[in-house]
Design a protein around this ligand. Structure first.
Ligand SMILES: [Zn+2]
Length: 267
């Protein structure tokens, strides 16, 4: 079993789970001609600081949204709330939820309805605005409507740029996969770890030359991916890979071809 928890200074980090989805590769890469099936984990991260309990991304929610039911199947041993309970916390304990962006496989439990009744949800205003402007039927557009509703009710906060959410948890805007896509730095006691959201969510996406038309700005995605992975490699940081089924926490290495790969993080 790959490593799924570690401590960064005073912050306890643990990869939770919300199931494994299967879909045609084309649905992830934005190329309908790709029929090969691909598996992706849903691995939100729990960050427990001295005073706060923070979730980084929030799985698919109780079920796959109607618009994706045809193209995605979901297999679950445990849902995000069940996985959280196994880690020793109740949904009521969560104080902050950070959303990398508004794809339904990242925002599900946070916004469909209020499954974490005491948590405030943090997303970038730019992510909301881009998602709200998607064509009718686009999965992000529905999530944007929920996010706007949550913001109006004051349980979601629309961020405008890089900010510290709580001591030890900082977001940095790294767009490309979506406008306002944010990654999360965990920093405490001189150590750091990184949650990449969908900037580099699994081993296949560690290749900076992979161009996915599922990214709304592929060139920005490619540039940001290369910069962040270079930094992670240089600093030997633990990196949480949201969609990689067997490698929740990776160390990033360079490949001979000038790309990157993830290997189990040994500490
Ligand atoms: Zn994703």
């Amino acid at each position: 079993m790959a490593r799924e928890s570690l401590r960064i200074g005073e912050v306890e980090l643990r990869a939770l789970e919300d199931g494994i989805f299967t879909t045609a590769a084309g649905n992830l890469l934005g190329d309908d001609s790709l029929r090969a099936r691909i598996r992706g984990a849903l691995q939100p991260v729990l960050a427990v600081t001295a005073e706060h309990i923070v979730l980084l991304d929030a799985g698919f929610g109780p079920e796959i949204p109607p618009g994706l039911k045809e193209s995605y199947t979901l297999r679950r041993e445990r849902s995000l709330p069940q996985s959280l309970r196994e880690a020793g916390y109740e949904p009521e304990d969560v104080t902050h939820i950070v959303l990398s962006h508004l794809d339904p496989d990242h925002a599900g439990w946070a916004l469909q309805e209020r499954h974490f009744p005491n948590a405030t949800v943090y997303l970038q205003r730019a992510a909301l605005e881009e998602a709200a402007g998607m064509p009718a039927g686009h999965p992000r557009r529905e999530v944007a409507a929920s996010a706007r509703h949550a913001a109006e009710e004051d349980w979601a906060v629309l961020l405008e740029g890089d900010v510290q959410i709580v001591p030890g948890v900082r977001v940095e805007v790294r767009p490309g996969h979506a406008a306002g896509h944010q990654i999360v730095w965990i920093e405490s006691g001189g150590e750091a770890a990184l949650f990449t959201g969908d900037l580099a969510p699994s081993n296949i996406f560690l290749n900076p030359d992979l161009i996915s038309s599922a990214d709304t700005d592929p060139e920005a995605a490619r540039r940001n991916r290369a910069e962040i992975l270079s930094e992670a490699e240089r600093r030997r940081l633990p990196v949480f890979l949201y969609h990689e089924p067997t490698l929740a926490v990776a160390r990033i290495l360079r490949t001979e071809k000038g790309g990157f790969k993830g290997v189990p993080f040994e500490g």
